[in-house]
Write a protein that binds this ligand. Structure first.
Ligand SMILES: Nc1ncnc2c1ncn2[C@@H]1O[C@H](COP(=O)(O)OP(=O)(O)OP(=O)(O)O)[C@@H](O)[C@H]1O
Ligand SMILES: [Mg+2]
Length: 237
């Protein structure tokens, strides 16, 4: 079985605080993997390590076969990323930002690809608007566009749905499911447990940096449990 992400005893400490504590997990190709956990449990820290934004204190990880510590640039070239609460640059228009991304990622045929995304996420009227003047949801649409426009094998998204209205959430959830049906892999962090239960194939639950649970959604269901019950029973212990 092919693993797109493999971590071994992955740990991040900030002085006395252990943000991620010796986490070992595997993410299978084609899975929609949900990283769950209360505020401050280490989800963003995990995603930052897996995308080479910060170095682990100890342990190691491979993403798409590349070591995150020795080849963070290689990892970032391949994956799609939406960091937590990231906004596109205020001084560029939506289209200028995508041109900038296409330049860096050497994406051919940007015009058609961008038009598909403007149409799909219904923000073509904002194409030439400066990012500083976009609504929060529209900025998130643009972040989603830049993460997927090169059709990465793996995208890591920190809380993808929270800024979207219910209609857009529905659309994006369907997109995620269909994306992983094409054997691409998604790794998302989320507080939306019902959504995770609905769309994820596998979940992990972090609490104070410790990995308390990993398993498939099917195995959660087979135990006759709801994900929210499992989550609360683990983190309230
Ligand atoms: N740069 C930093 N310096 C010191 N401590 C940090 C730093 N970044 C994160 N932390 C701490 O690490 C812990 C994990 O934070 P992290 O942002 O990974 O949590 P999270 O699960 O993403 O939380 P949330 O659900 O609120 O987004 C927290 O206690 C946080 O305060
Ligand atoms: Mg976070």
């Amino acid at each position: 079985m092919e693993h797109i992400i493999e971590t071994e005893y992955l740990t991040k400490k900030y002085a006395e605080l252990t943000a991620v504590n010796s986490v070992t997990l595997n993410v299978r190709k084609g899975s929609l993997f949900g990283l769950l956990g209360p505020n401050g449990s280490g989800k963003t820290t995990m995603i930052k390590m897996l995308t080479g934004q910060i170095k682990p204190t100890s342990g190691n990880a491979r993403v798409l076969g590349l070591d995150i510590e020795s080849d963070p640039v290689g990892v970032r070239k391949l994956v799609g990323i939406i960091p937590e609460q990231e906004s596109p640059p205020s001084f560029l228009t939506a289209m200028e930002y995508l041109e900038f991304i296409a330049d860096i990622r050497k994406i051919p045929d940007l015009e058609n690809k961008a038009d598909w995304w403007f149409d799909f996420l219904e923000y073509g009227d904002k194409k030439n608007v400066l990012c500083k003047d976009l609504s929060r949801g529209t900025r998130q649409k643009l972040m989603l566009t830049q993460a997927f426009i090169h059709e990465p094998e793996l995208a890591l998204i920190d809380e993808p749905l929270i800024n979207f209205d219910p209609i857009m959430q529905d659309k994006v959830k369907s997109f995620f499911v269909s994306y992983t049906k094409k054997e691409k892999t998604l790794f998302i962090s989320t507080h939306l447990l019902d959504t995770a239960e609905e769309i994820c194939t596998e979940v992990a639950i972090l609490h104070l940096g410790d990995l308390l649970y990993t398993g498939t959604i099917d195995s959660v269901r087979q135990e006759g449990r709801h994900l929210s019950d499992l989550f609360l029973s683990l983190v309230r212990k």
